[in-house]
Design a protein around this ligand. Structure first.
Ligand code: UDP
Length: 366
Protein backbone atom coordinates (compact mmCIF):
# COMPACT_ATOMS: atom_id res chain seq x y z
CA UNK A 1 0.00 0.00 0.00
CA UNK A 2 1.38 3.42 -0.98
CA UNK A 3 0.55 6.62 0.84
CA UNK A 4 0.08 9.99 -0.84
CA UNK A 5 -0.64 13.34 0.82
CA UNK A 6 -2.17 16.18 -1.21
CA UNK A 7 -1.72 19.62 0.31
CA UNK A 8 -4.40 22.27 -0.13
CA UNK A 9 -4.61 25.74 1.35
CA UNK A 10 -6.75 28.09 -0.70
CA UNK A 11 -10.02 28.13 -2.65
CA UNK A 12 -8.65 27.17 -6.08
CA UNK A 13 -6.66 24.28 -4.52
CA UNK A 14 -9.81 22.59 -3.25
CA UNK A 15 -11.30 22.70 -6.75
CA UNK A 16 -8.11 21.19 -8.23
CA UNK A 17 -7.65 18.38 -5.71
CA UNK A 18 -11.31 17.25 -5.61
CA UNK A 19 -11.16 15.40 -8.97
CA UNK A 20 -7.76 13.91 -8.09
CA UNK A 21 -9.15 12.55 -4.85
CA UNK A 22 -12.10 11.12 -6.75
CA UNK A 23 -9.84 9.48 -9.34
CA UNK A 24 -7.65 7.91 -6.65
CA UNK A 25 -10.70 5.97 -5.42
CA UNK A 26 -10.16 3.63 -8.36
CA UNK A 27 -6.81 2.67 -6.81
CA UNK A 28 -7.95 2.53 -3.22
CA UNK A 29 -6.73 -1.00 -2.69
CA UNK A 30 -3.20 0.19 -3.63
CA UNK A 31 -3.10 3.84 -2.66
CA UNK A 32 -4.20 5.65 0.46
CA UNK A 33 -4.79 9.26 -0.61
CA UNK A 34 -4.83 11.70 2.29
CA UNK A 35 -5.54 15.42 2.32
CA UNK A 36 -3.75 18.05 4.38
CA UNK A 37 -5.47 21.43 4.64
CA UNK A 38 -3.06 24.15 5.78
CA UNK A 39 -5.87 26.55 6.71
CA UNK A 40 -4.61 29.37 4.46
CA UNK A 41 -8.27 29.97 3.56
CA UNK A 42 -10.25 28.87 6.57
CA UNK A 43 -13.74 30.33 6.81
CA UNK A 44 -17.08 28.89 5.80
CA UNK A 45 -17.29 30.84 2.52
CA UNK A 46 -13.71 30.35 1.29
CA UNK A 47 -13.16 26.80 2.49
CA UNK A 48 -15.90 24.67 4.07
CA UNK A 49 -18.47 25.23 1.32
CA UNK A 50 -15.99 23.83 -1.24
CA UNK A 51 -15.33 20.65 0.71
CA UNK A 52 -19.10 20.12 0.99
CA UNK A 53 -20.04 20.97 -2.59
CA UNK A 54 -17.07 19.21 -4.19
CA UNK A 55 -17.90 16.10 -2.14
CA UNK A 56 -14.48 15.99 -0.53
CA UNK A 57 -13.90 14.17 2.74
CA UNK A 58 -12.95 16.13 5.83
CA UNK A 59 -9.18 16.76 5.59
CA UNK A 60 -7.05 14.10 7.31
CA UNK A 61 -4.77 16.83 8.66
CA UNK A 62 -5.74 20.41 9.39
CA UNK A 63 -2.95 22.87 10.25
CA UNK A 64 -5.08 25.98 10.89
CA UNK A 65 -2.38 28.36 9.69
CA UNK A 66 -4.33 31.23 8.07
CA UNK A 67 -3.17 34.84 8.00
CA UNK A 68 0.19 36.51 8.59
CA UNK A 69 2.84 37.73 6.19
CA UNK A 70 4.10 35.52 3.37
CA UNK A 71 7.20 34.60 5.37
CA UNK A 72 5.25 33.80 8.52
CA UNK A 73 2.62 31.75 6.71
CA UNK A 74 5.13 29.82 4.58
CA UNK A 75 7.45 29.08 7.47
CA UNK A 76 4.68 27.99 9.85
CA UNK A 77 3.28 25.63 7.23
CA UNK A 78 6.79 24.23 6.70
CA UNK A 79 7.30 23.57 10.41
CA UNK A 80 3.92 21.89 10.92
CA UNK A 81 3.91 19.95 7.66
CA UNK A 82 7.37 18.59 8.38
CA UNK A 83 5.98 16.94 11.54
CA UNK A 84 3.24 15.28 9.48
CA UNK A 85 5.75 14.02 6.93
CA UNK A 86 8.02 12.59 9.62
CA UNK A 87 5.08 10.79 11.23
CA UNK A 88 3.34 9.61 8.08
CA UNK A 89 6.30 8.96 5.74
CA UNK A 90 4.23 9.24 2.52
CA UNK A 91 5.51 7.91 -0.80
CA UNK A 92 4.53 11.11 -2.60
CA UNK A 93 3.26 14.62 -1.87
CA UNK A 94 0.95 16.35 -4.35
CA UNK A 95 0.78 20.14 -4.47
CA UNK A 96 -1.59 22.04 -6.78
CA UNK A 97 -1.33 25.59 -8.09
CA UNK A 98 0.75 28.46 -6.83
CA UNK A 99 -0.17 29.52 -3.29
CA UNK A 100 2.10 29.70 -0.24
CA UNK A 101 0.97 26.24 0.87
CA UNK A 102 2.25 24.89 -2.49
CA UNK A 103 5.83 26.12 -2.08
CA UNK A 104 5.92 25.45 1.67
CA UNK A 105 4.84 21.82 1.32
CA UNK A 106 7.01 21.09 -1.71
CA UNK A 107 10.11 22.56 -0.07
CA UNK A 108 9.73 20.49 3.10
CA UNK A 109 9.01 17.30 1.13
CA UNK A 110 11.93 17.81 -1.17
CA UNK A 111 14.32 18.32 1.77
CA UNK A 112 13.09 15.04 3.27
CA UNK A 113 13.61 13.31 -0.10
CA UNK A 114 9.91 12.64 -0.52
CA UNK A 115 8.95 12.93 -4.21
CA UNK A 116 6.72 15.88 -5.12
CA UNK A 117 4.10 16.09 -7.87
CA UNK A 118 3.11 19.59 -8.98
CA UNK A 119 -0.35 19.83 -10.52
CA UNK A 120 -0.59 22.88 -12.84
CA UNK A 121 3.14 23.07 -13.49
CA UNK A 122 4.91 25.28 -16.03
CA UNK A 123 2.56 28.27 -16.03
CA UNK A 124 4.46 31.57 -16.13
CA UNK A 125 3.33 35.19 -15.99
CA UNK A 126 7.01 36.27 -16.09
CA UNK A 127 6.10 38.80 -13.40
CA UNK A 128 8.15 38.16 -10.28
CA UNK A 129 6.15 40.81 -8.42
CA UNK A 130 3.28 38.32 -8.25
CA UNK A 131 3.77 36.12 -5.19
CA UNK A 132 2.18 33.27 -7.16
CA UNK A 133 4.91 33.45 -9.83
CA UNK A 134 7.67 33.00 -7.26
CA UNK A 135 5.76 30.06 -5.76
CA UNK A 136 5.23 28.32 -9.09
CA UNK A 137 8.77 28.71 -10.43
CA UNK A 138 10.34 27.40 -7.22
CA UNK A 139 7.86 24.55 -6.86
CA UNK A 140 8.48 23.39 -10.42
CA UNK A 141 12.20 23.23 -9.88
CA UNK A 142 11.99 20.98 -6.82
CA UNK A 143 9.20 18.73 -8.13
CA UNK A 144 9.68 15.24 -9.52
CA UNK A 145 6.45 15.04 -11.53
CA UNK A 146 5.21 18.11 -13.37
CA UNK A 147 1.65 17.90 -14.63
CA UNK A 148 1.02 20.58 -17.23
CA UNK A 149 -2.34 22.09 -18.22
CA UNK A 150 -1.46 23.83 -21.49
CA UNK A 151 1.34 23.66 -24.04
CA UNK A 152 2.99 26.92 -22.92
CA UNK A 153 3.84 25.04 -19.73
CA UNK A 154 5.92 22.50 -21.65
CA UNK A 155 7.81 25.25 -23.49
CA UNK A 156 8.47 27.22 -20.30
CA UNK A 157 9.81 24.21 -18.42
CA UNK A 158 12.02 23.23 -21.35
CA UNK A 159 13.49 26.76 -21.51
CA UNK A 160 14.24 26.60 -17.80
CA UNK A 161 16.14 23.35 -18.24
CA UNK A 162 13.65 21.02 -16.56
CA UNK A 163 14.15 17.47 -17.83
CA UNK A 164 11.46 16.32 -20.30
CA UNK A 165 11.27 13.04 -18.42
CA UNK A 166 9.55 14.76 -15.49
CA UNK A 167 6.98 16.67 -17.55
CA UNK A 168 3.53 15.27 -18.41
CA UNK A 169 0.93 17.14 -20.46
CA UNK A 170 -2.22 15.89 -18.77
CA UNK A 171 -4.80 18.69 -19.15
CA UNK A 172 -6.63 20.79 -16.63
CA UNK A 173 -8.02 19.45 -13.35
CA UNK A 174 -9.99 22.66 -12.77
CA UNK A 175 -11.96 21.77 -15.90
CA UNK A 176 -12.43 18.24 -14.50
CA UNK A 177 -14.36 19.75 -11.59
CA UNK A 178 -16.38 21.93 -13.93
CA UNK A 179 -17.31 18.99 -16.18
CA UNK A 180 -18.10 16.74 -13.23
CA UNK A 181 -20.38 19.23 -11.52
CA UNK A 182 -22.08 20.59 -14.66
CA UNK A 183 -25.39 18.80 -13.93
CA UNK A 184 -25.51 20.56 -10.53
CA UNK A 185 -24.41 23.89 -12.05
CA UNK A 186 -27.22 23.65 -14.59
CA UNK A 187 -29.73 23.08 -11.81
CA UNK A 188 -28.62 26.08 -9.74
CA UNK A 189 -31.33 28.70 -9.28
CA UNK A 190 -28.87 31.36 -8.13
CA UNK A 191 -29.44 33.85 -10.94
CA UNK A 192 -33.19 33.72 -10.28
CA UNK A 193 -32.50 34.14 -6.56
CA UNK A 194 -30.51 37.34 -7.05
CA UNK A 195 -32.86 38.56 -9.78
CA UNK A 196 -30.63 38.83 -12.86
CA UNK A 197 -31.41 37.61 -16.36
CA UNK A 198 -29.44 35.07 -18.39
CA UNK A 199 -26.79 36.65 -20.66
CA UNK A 200 -27.76 40.10 -19.48
CA UNK A 201 -25.32 40.90 -16.68
CA UNK A 202 -21.61 41.27 -16.04
CA UNK A 203 -19.89 39.16 -13.38
CA UNK A 204 -16.88 40.77 -11.68
CA UNK A 205 -14.26 39.23 -9.33
CA UNK A 206 -11.04 40.81 -8.09
CA UNK A 207 -8.45 39.76 -5.54
CA UNK A 208 -4.93 40.19 -6.98
CA UNK A 209 -2.79 42.37 -4.70
CA UNK A 210 -1.75 44.57 -7.66
CA UNK A 211 -5.41 45.56 -8.24
CA UNK A 212 -6.87 45.62 -4.75
CA UNK A 213 -4.10 46.50 -2.28
CA UNK A 214 -3.22 49.89 -3.73
CA UNK A 215 -5.77 52.64 -2.98
CA UNK A 216 -5.36 54.40 -6.33
CA UNK A 217 -5.79 51.20 -8.35
CA UNK A 218 -8.74 50.04 -6.29
CA UNK A 219 -10.42 53.44 -6.70
CA UNK A 220 -9.98 53.22 -10.48
CA UNK A 221 -11.30 49.69 -10.47
CA UNK A 222 -14.44 50.72 -8.60
CA UNK A 223 -14.91 53.64 -11.00
CA UNK A 224 -14.61 51.20 -13.91
CA UNK A 225 -17.23 48.85 -12.42
CA UNK A 226 -19.51 51.84 -11.79
CA UNK A 227 -19.15 52.85 -15.45
CA UNK A 228 -19.85 49.32 -16.69
CA UNK A 229 -22.91 49.19 -14.44
CA UNK A 230 -24.41 52.10 -16.42
CA UNK A 231 -24.93 49.68 -19.35
CA UNK A 232 -25.50 46.33 -17.55
CA UNK A 233 -26.18 45.11 -14.08
CA UNK A 234 -22.91 44.00 -12.46
CA UNK A 235 -22.76 41.07 -10.02
CA UNK A 236 -19.77 41.44 -7.71
CA UNK A 237 -18.98 38.65 -5.22
CA UNK A 238 -16.28 40.24 -3.12
CA UNK A 239 -13.15 38.33 -2.01
CA UNK A 240 -12.28 38.92 1.69
CA UNK A 241 -9.01 40.66 0.78
CA UNK A 242 -10.83 43.07 -1.54
CA UNK A 243 -13.60 43.69 1.00
CA UNK A 244 -11.07 44.60 3.70
CA UNK A 245 -9.43 47.11 1.40
CA UNK A 246 -12.72 48.58 0.15
CA UNK A 247 -13.61 49.26 3.77
CA UNK A 248 -10.13 50.48 4.70
CA UNK A 249 -10.10 53.06 1.89
CA UNK A 250 -13.78 54.06 2.34
CA UNK A 251 -14.64 52.80 -1.17
CA UNK A 252 -17.34 50.29 -0.34
CA UNK A 253 -20.04 52.99 -0.20
CA UNK A 254 -18.97 54.29 -3.62
CA UNK A 255 -20.33 51.21 -5.44
CA UNK A 256 -23.34 52.09 -7.65
CA UNK A 257 -26.84 50.75 -7.02
CA UNK A 258 -26.70 48.77 -10.27
CA UNK A 259 -23.94 46.61 -8.74
CA UNK A 260 -25.19 43.58 -6.82
CA UNK A 261 -22.69 43.15 -4.02
CA UNK A 262 -22.31 39.64 -2.62
CA UNK A 263 -20.03 37.71 -0.32
CA UNK A 264 -17.86 35.00 -1.96
CA UNK A 265 -20.19 32.40 -3.45
CA UNK A 266 -20.08 28.61 -3.29
CA UNK A 267 -18.65 26.72 -6.25
CA UNK A 268 -21.87 25.51 -7.92
CA UNK A 269 -23.67 28.86 -7.75
CA UNK A 270 -20.56 30.75 -8.84
CA UNK A 271 -20.15 28.57 -11.92
CA UNK A 272 -23.80 29.03 -12.75
CA UNK A 273 -23.31 32.80 -12.51
CA UNK A 274 -20.24 32.53 -14.72
CA UNK A 275 -21.87 30.29 -17.32
CA UNK A 276 -24.88 32.58 -17.67
CA UNK A 277 -22.99 35.89 -17.68
CA UNK A 278 -22.79 37.99 -20.82
CA UNK A 279 -19.31 39.06 -19.76
CA UNK A 280 -16.93 38.25 -16.89
CA UNK A 281 -14.43 40.87 -15.75
CA UNK A 282 -11.77 39.42 -13.48
CA UNK A 283 -8.17 39.13 -12.37
CA UNK A 284 -8.51 35.47 -11.34
CA UNK A 285 -6.37 32.75 -12.85
CA UNK A 286 -8.89 29.92 -12.69
CA UNK A 287 -11.78 32.00 -13.98
CA UNK A 288 -9.87 32.74 -17.21
CA UNK A 289 -9.79 28.98 -17.76
CA UNK A 290 -13.38 28.28 -16.79
CA UNK A 291 -14.76 31.03 -19.05
CA UNK A 292 -12.66 29.69 -21.93
CA UNK A 293 -14.17 26.25 -21.41
CA UNK A 294 -17.67 27.74 -21.12
CA UNK A 295 -17.20 30.02 -24.17
CA UNK A 296 -18.07 33.07 -22.05
CA UNK A 297 -16.44 36.42 -22.89
CA UNK A 298 -13.86 37.30 -20.23
CA UNK A 299 -11.85 40.48 -19.73
CA UNK A 300 -8.73 39.93 -17.65
CA UNK A 301 -7.65 43.06 -15.85
CA UNK A 302 -3.96 42.28 -15.65
CA UNK A 303 -0.86 43.12 -17.66
CA UNK A 304 0.00 39.46 -18.17
CA UNK A 305 -1.43 35.99 -17.92
CA UNK A 306 0.26 32.73 -16.99
CA UNK A 307 -2.52 31.03 -18.97
CA UNK A 308 -1.88 32.38 -22.51
CA UNK A 309 -3.93 29.66 -24.23
CA UNK A 310 -7.09 31.31 -22.85
CA UNK A 311 -6.49 34.42 -24.93
CA UNK A 312 -4.78 32.71 -27.89
CA UNK A 313 -7.65 30.33 -28.65
CA UNK A 314 -10.18 31.01 -25.89
CA UNK A 315 -12.61 33.81 -25.12
CA UNK A 316 -10.25 35.70 -22.81
CA UNK A 317 -9.45 39.33 -23.68
CA UNK A 318 -6.18 40.54 -22.15
CA UNK A 319 -6.87 44.23 -21.74
CA UNK A 320 -4.16 45.33 -19.29
CA UNK A 321 -4.70 47.52 -16.25
CA UNK A 322 -5.68 50.79 -17.88
CA UNK A 323 -9.15 50.97 -16.39
CA UNK A 324 -10.50 53.26 -19.13
CA UNK A 325 -9.63 50.55 -21.65
CA UNK A 326 -11.40 48.00 -19.49
CA UNK A 327 -14.60 50.06 -19.65
CA UNK A 328 -14.27 50.61 -23.43
CA UNK A 329 -13.62 46.91 -24.06
CA UNK A 330 -16.56 45.92 -21.87
CA UNK A 331 -18.89 48.22 -23.74
CA UNK A 332 -17.81 46.95 -27.13
CA UNK A 333 -18.19 43.31 -26.05
CA UNK A 334 -21.63 44.09 -24.60
CA UNK A 335 -22.58 45.67 -27.90
CA UNK A 336 -21.74 42.50 -29.78
CA UNK A 337 -18.02 42.58 -30.60
CA UNK A 338 -17.39 39.14 -29.18
CA UNK A 339 -14.53 36.74 -29.70
CA UNK A 340 -15.29 33.18 -30.70
CA UNK A 341 -13.22 30.65 -28.86
CA UNK A 342 -12.30 27.00 -28.78
CA UNK A 343 -11.41 24.61 -25.96
CA UNK A 344 -7.71 23.84 -25.39
CA UNK A 345 -6.33 20.32 -25.88
CA UNK A 346 -7.03 17.86 -23.08
CA UNK A 347 -9.42 20.16 -21.23
CA UNK A 348 -11.89 17.33 -21.37
CA UNK A 349 -12.73 16.41 -17.79
CA UNK A 350 -10.21 13.55 -17.62
CA UNK A 351 -6.97 15.22 -16.51
CA UNK A 352 -7.17 13.72 -13.04
CA UNK A 353 -7.71 10.24 -14.50
CA UNK A 354 -4.49 10.68 -16.49
CA UNK A 355 -2.58 12.12 -13.53
CA UNK A 356 -3.58 9.40 -11.08
CA UNK A 357 -2.78 6.67 -13.60
CA UNK A 358 0.72 8.06 -14.18
CA UNK A 359 1.30 8.33 -10.43
CA UNK A 360 -0.02 4.82 -9.79
CA UNK A 361 2.08 3.30 -12.55
CA UNK A 362 5.23 5.15 -11.46
CA UNK A 363 4.86 4.28 -7.79
CA UNK A 364 4.36 0.62 -8.58
CA UNK A 365 7.09 0.34 -11.20
CA UNK A 366 9.83 1.33 -8.72
N1 UDP B 1 -14.96 30.93 -7.24
C1 UDP B 1 -16.02 30.58 -6.44
N2 UDP B 1 -16.74 31.58 -5.81
C2 UDP B 1 -16.43 32.90 -5.95
C3 UDP B 1 -15.33 33.25 -6.77
C4 UDP B 1 -14.61 32.23 -7.40
O1 UDP B 1 -16.36 29.41 -6.33
O2 UDP B 1 -17.09 33.75 -5.34
C5 UDP B 1 -14.18 29.85 -7.90
C6 UDP B 1 -14.00 29.99 -9.39
O3 UDP B 1 -15.04 29.41 -10.11
C7 UDP B 1 -12.70 29.27 -9.64
C8 UDP B 1 -11.92 29.53 -8.38
O4 UDP B 1 -12.85 29.91 -7.39
O5 UDP B 1 -12.96 27.88 -9.75
C9 UDP B 1 -10.91 30.60 -8.64
O6 UDP B 1 -10.33 30.98 -7.48
P1 UDP B 1 -9.64 32.38 -7.28
O7 UDP B 1 -10.11 33.37 -8.29
O8 UDP B 1 -9.79 32.71 -5.84
O9 UDP B 1 -8.09 32.02 -7.46
P2 UDP B 1 -7.09 32.04 -8.70
O10 UDP B 1 -7.61 31.08 -9.70
O11 UDP B 1 -6.99 33.44 -9.17
O12 UDP B 1 -5.81 31.57 -8.10
Amino acid sequence: MKKIISVVGARPNFIKIAPIHRSFQKYKSDINHLICHTGQHFDEKMSKVFFDELQMPKPDFYLGLGGGSHALQTSRIMVEFEKILLDEKPDLVIVPGDVNSTIAASLVSSKLHIPVAHVEAGLRSFDKKMPEEVNRVLTDHISDYLFVTEKSGITNLKKEGVSDAKVYFTGNVMIDSLVNFMPFIDKSMFIEKIGVNKKNYVLATFHRPSNVDDEKNLTQLINALNNISKVREVVFPIHPRTMNNLKKYGLFDKLNDNIIVLEPIGYIDFLSLSKNAELVVTDSGGIQEETTYLGVQCITVRDNTERPITSEIGTNHMIGTDFNKVVDASISILSGEVKSGSIPDLWDGNASVRITKIIHDKLFSQ
